[in-house]
Ligand binder design. Structure first.
Ligand code: OGA
Ligand code: MN
Length: 308
C-alpha cells in the first residue's frame, strides 16, 4: 500500500512497518532513503540539516515573518479558541514549496495541554473511532485503559484504513476543530473551510508515520490543516514523485502546518519523534496527561472531504 495514507507504526510493535526493517538498498527512492536515515535508532542521525522554521534562511528559501493576515478574525473567537493575538503570529514559507505554510507562536502555550487533553480524554470516546475499537468494539475510557496502545482517532467522516475511502456521511466535528480550520484557512487567504473529518495521530517516542499522500479527500482544493502538540517531529516533505527532492523540517508543539494547492498532494512522513519539551503540572489537566505530553506527540489533521 505504498504511498497511501496509513496508520502510524511503533518500533516496539512486531507488526511494525516494513520500511527501515530492511537493509538500505540503493534502489530505494530519495524519499525512502531520507525516511530510513531519520528513523535510525543506532547510531541516531545527525539532525543538523533539519530546517528550523523559526528563522529565515535565504540559502534554503525559508522566509519567517510576522503574519500579514488576509482576513482579521473576531478577537473573541481567537481568545475562545486559545489563540494569541494575530500580531504575535509568525508565518514561515519555503520558496520552492508554494502552498505550504507553517504558522508558529499562534496558540497560547498554556493551551497546548488542553489540546492534548481533548485528544486523549474526549476525541477517542465513542461514537468516535480509534485503533482500539477494531479489537474492542465497545471500548470506553480509552486513555485510562489503553493509553499506551492508542495510535489514532477518527472523527466526523471516519476514514476507512482498509478501503482508504471516506463515507458520504458523518457526525459533525467538535466545533473547535471546524472553527480552527476555517479561521486558519481564512487568515492565510485560502477562503473558508467546512471541515468534516479529522484524524488524530498519537506518536510514542519510537513511532513513525510512513511516506504517504493524503489523496482520499474528494475536495482536494481545500487545505489540510495539521496541528502538532507535545514532543517534536522530524517531518519530511517531498514532491508528487518519491524521487523528488525531500526537505526535513522540525514541527514543534503549537506549530500548524497547512498543505494547499501544489503542496496538497506531496509525499510526506514522520520518521522521528524528538523530545524537546517539558510541560509543568497545570490546573485542570491530570498528572497522567502531563506525563503523556512529556513523552509523546499528538498530531491533529483537519480535513474537508466533500463540498458543503
Ligand atoms: C497525517 C499526517 C503528519 C504529522 O495524519 O496524514 O501526515 O505531522 N500527519 O503527524
Ligand atoms: Mn498525511
Amino acid at each position: 500500500m505504498q504511498g497511501e495514507r496509513h496508520q502510524n507504526k511503533n518500533e516496539d510493535d512486531p507488526s511494525g512497518d516494513a520500511y527501515g526493517s530492511r537493509s538500505e538498498s540503493p534502489s530505494d527512492s530519495v524519499f525512502k532513503r531520507a525516511f530510513k536515515f531519520y528513523k535510525k535508532r543506532s547510531p541516531p542521525p545527525d539532525l543538523s540539516d533539519v530546517f528550523d522554521l523559526r528563522k529565515s534562511d535565504a540559502a534554503k528559501g525559508i522566509v519567517c515573518s510576522p503574519l500579514r493576515a488576509s482576513e482579521i478574525p473576531d478577537q473573541g473567537l481567537l481568545t475562545s479558541l486559545g489563540f494569541r493575538s494575530l500580531d504575535k503570529w509568525r508565518l514561515t514559507t519555503i520558496a520552492h514549496r508554494e502552498g505550504l505554510y507553517i504558522l508558529s507562536d499562534i496558540f497560547e502555550p498554556s493551551c497546548y495541554l488542553k489540546w492534548i487533553n481533548r485528544s486523549l480524554k474526549i476525541y477517542p470516546e465513542p461514537p468516535n473511532k480509534t485503533n482500539i475499537h477494531i479489537h474492542v468494539p465497545d471500548a470506553h475510557n480509552i486513555f485510562e485503559n489503553y493509553a499506551n496502545k492508542l495510535r489514532w482517532t477518527t472523527l466526523g467522516r471516519h476514514y476507512n484504513w482498509t478501503t482508504k475511502l471516506y463515507p458520504q456521511e458523518g457526525a459533525a466535528l467538535p466545533e473547535e476543530l471546524t472553527a480552527v480550520a476555517d479561521l486558519i484557512s481564512r487568515v492565510l487567504g485560502l477562503g473558508g473551510m467546512s471541515a468534516d473529518a479529522t484524524i488524530v495521530n498519537y506518536y510514542p517516542p519510537k513511532s513513525t508515520l510512513s511516506p504517504h499522500v493524503d489523496r482520499s479527500e474528494r475536495l482536494l482544493s481545500r487545505p489540510l490543516i495539521s496541528l502538532s502538540f507535545g514532543q517534536s517531529a522530524v517531518y519530511l516533505t517531498g514532491g508528487t514523485d518519491l524521487d523528488d527532492p525531500v526537505d526535513a523540517i522540525f514541527l514543534h508543539s503549537g506549530d500548524v502546518l497547512v498543505m494547499h494547492a501544489d503542496q496538497r498532494l506531496v509525499y510526506h512522513a514522520v520518521p522521528r519523534i524528538v523530545k524537546t519539551q517539558t510541560f509543568a503540572p497545570s490546573s485542570g489537566v491530570s498528572k497522567e496527561i502531563v506525563d503523556y505530553a512529556n513523552l509523546n506527540r499528538v498530531n491533529i489533521t483537519i480535513r474537508q472531504v466533500d463540498p458543503h
